[in-house]
Design a protein around this ligand. Structure first.
Ligand code: SF4
Length: 412
C-alpha cells in the first residue's frame, strides 16, 4: 500500500464531536474544514469546491489512488446535491452508484451534479454497476452514461454476482470491447454472496481489475476470507469493502452491543467508527464504500477516515467477541451452504439482505425494492418451504424459517 497522504489531524475532541454525539456542532464541522455558513449559502449550481485531504490508497493493479472512503449512492442523490458537494469538499472522491439504485435516479443525481459542476467530474473516481439480469449490457451502459452525463466511468462492476462462473468469456470480451470504446476504464464485480469463492476465482482469472464485496469485523478474520483477500492482492485485484457495519436481518441492540459502544466512547470513537477503522487497519483494502445519505453520517465517517489513531489489540478482540455473541443476527452471505441443502432455488441471503435494509439501515423502501427484485414465484412460496436442513447447516445458526416469514409479512 502506498502511504496515506495528506493526512489531516483532528483532535480527539473534534473527532468525537464529528461523530454526531449529541448533534453535529459547528465546531465539529469547522474541524472537518467546512465553513458551515458559507456552505449553507452556496448555490449547488456554483463552482465545485476543490477536494480536500483524505487518506488515499492504491486500487490494485489499476495504479489509481482512490479515497479510502467512498460514497455509496443508494439514496436520493437528486435532492441531496449539497451533500455531494460536501463529500467532494471533504475529500471523498470515489463515488459509487448503480442502475438499480432508484431505477437510475441515483445515477441521474450524480449526472446533475457533474453538469452543474463541470470541474468535479475530473476529481471523482466514478463507479457504476449493472445487474446481470436485464440483458443488453451495452445499451444499458449507454443509458447509464447518459444519466451520469459523462462519456466514461472509471470503474464498471457487474452487480451482485454469486459465483465466479458468472464472469464468462463473453463477459470478458464485452469488458474488453467497452474499454476499447472508452466507455469504461476498469472492470470488475460486486458481491454479497459467496464472497470468498468469488474473490478466489477473480484472482485466478487475471482480467478482473477490482471487486467490491461484503467485508466487516464479522467476516474479516476467517481463514478463507484472509486467503481470498491475499490471493486478490497477489494478483492485483483492487479491493473495496462494503456492508462495513456488519448489520443483519435481526437488530442486535443487545447488552453486549452497549458494552462495546461504551468501550469505544471512552477512547473517543463511536462503535460505528471503530468498525470502519478495523477495516482500514488492513492496508489490503483500498476503500470502504459507505451509504452516507446525510451530513451526520458523512462527517462521522470522514472524521474516522482522517483519524489515524490505531485500534488496540483489545479493541479488535472486543469486536470479535461481539461478532461471536451476536452471530445469530447476521447473515454471512454464504449462500452456497444453505442453497445446497434447500434443494429449492431460494436466495435466502437476498431475503436476509432485504430485512437488513429494513432493520439496520432503516430504509423500508430499499428493503421492499430488494425483496421485490426476487422472482415472483420465490416470493410466493417463501413461507411454504421447509428450512430445517438449511437451519442445521447455517454456520451463523440463523432462524431462517422465522426470518423468511417475517420478510414475507413485512415486505411483500
Ligand atoms: S442463511 Fe446462513 S447459510 Fe444461508 S447465507 Fe445466511 S449465514 Fe449463510
Amino acid at each position: 500500500m502506498k502511504k496515506d497522504t495528506n493526512r489531516t489531524e483532528l483532535t480527539r475532541r473534534s473527532f468525537i464531536k464529528a461523530a454526531g454525539l449529541g448533534g453535529l456542532g459547528g465546531a465539529a464541522m469547522a474541524a472537518l474544514g467546512a465553513p458551515v455558513a458559507a456552505l449553507a449559502a452556496q448555490d449547488p449550481a456554483g463552482a465545485a469546491p476543490k477536494a480536500a485531504s483524505i487518506p488515499r490508497r492504491s486500487l490494485g493493479k489499476t495504479g489509481v489512488e482512490v479515497s479510502a472512503l467512498s460514497l455509496g449512492g443508494m439514496f436520493d442523490t437528486i435532492n441531496n446535491q449539497l451533500l455531494l458537494k460536501q463529500a467532494l469538499a471533504w475529500g471523498v472522491t470515489y463515488w459509487d452508484t448503480a442502475e438499480a439504485y432508484g431505477n437510475g435516479l441515483s445515477e441521474e443525481g450524480y449526472g446533475r451534479f457533474f453538469s452543474r459542476n463541470p470541474d468535479a467530474r475530473k476529481q471523482i473516481f466514478l463507479v457504476t454497476k449493472l445487474t446481470p439480469k436485464g440483458g443488453n449490457f451495452t445499451e444499458r451502459l449507454d443509458k447509464a452514461l447518459q444519466r451520469l452525463q459523462t462519456p466514461q466511468v472509471d470503474l464498471f462492476f457487474i452487480h451482485g454476482i454469486s459465483g465466479i462462473e458468472e464472469m464468462t468469456p463473453a463477459v470478458k470480451d464485452w469488458a474488453a470491447e467497452m474499454k476499447k470504446a472508452g466507455k469504461i476504464k476498469f472492470f470488475g464485480f460486486s458481491t454479497h454472496s459467496n464472497m470468498e469463492d468469488c474473490l478466489l476465482g477473480a484472482a485466478k482469472l487475471g482480467w478482473i481489475d477490482a471487486a467490491m464485496f461484503s467485508y466487516n469485523f464479522r467476516l474479516m478474520g476467517t481463514p478463507k476470507m484472509r486467503e481470498a483477500v491475499d490471493a486478490c492482492v497477489k494478483s492485483g485485484v483492487g479491493l473495496v469493502a462494503m456492508k462495513s457495519q456488519g448489520g443483519g436481518p435481526v437488530k442486535t441492540d443487545s447488552e453486549a452491543e452497549l458494552t462495546m459502544a461504551g468501550r469505544f466512547l471512552e477512547k473517543g470513537f463511536t462503535d460505528k467508527q471503530a468498525k470502519m477503522k478495523a477495516i482500514w487497519e488492513n492496508p489490503k483494502i483500498a476503500s470502504i464504500c459507505s451509504q452516507m445519505h446525510n451530513l451526520t453520517i458523512l462527517s462521522a465517517n470522514v472524521a474516522a477516515a482522517r483519524d489515524m489513531t490505531a485500534l488496540a489489540a483489545g479493541d479488535i478482540d472486543a469486536l470479535t467477541q461481539f461478532a461471536r455473541e451476536s452471530c445469530q443476527g447476521y447473515c454471512a452471505g454464504c449462500a452456497s451452504i444453505c442453497g445446497a441443502v434447500l434443494g429449492e432455488n431460494v436466495p435466502v441471503n437476498e431475503v436476509m439482505r432485504s430485512l437488513m435494509y429494513l432493520r439496520e439501515y432503516g430504509e423500508p423502501e430499499l428493503a421492499r425494492q430488494t425483496f421485490a427484485a426476487l422472482p415472483e414465484d420465490v416470493r410466493e412460496r417463501l413461507t411454504a418451504i421447509d428450512y430445517s436442513k438449511a437451519e442445521a447447516a447455517c454456520p451463523q445458526k440463523l432462524a431462517i424459517a422465522g426470518l423468511m416469514r417475517q420478510a414475507s409479512e413485512l415486505l411483500a
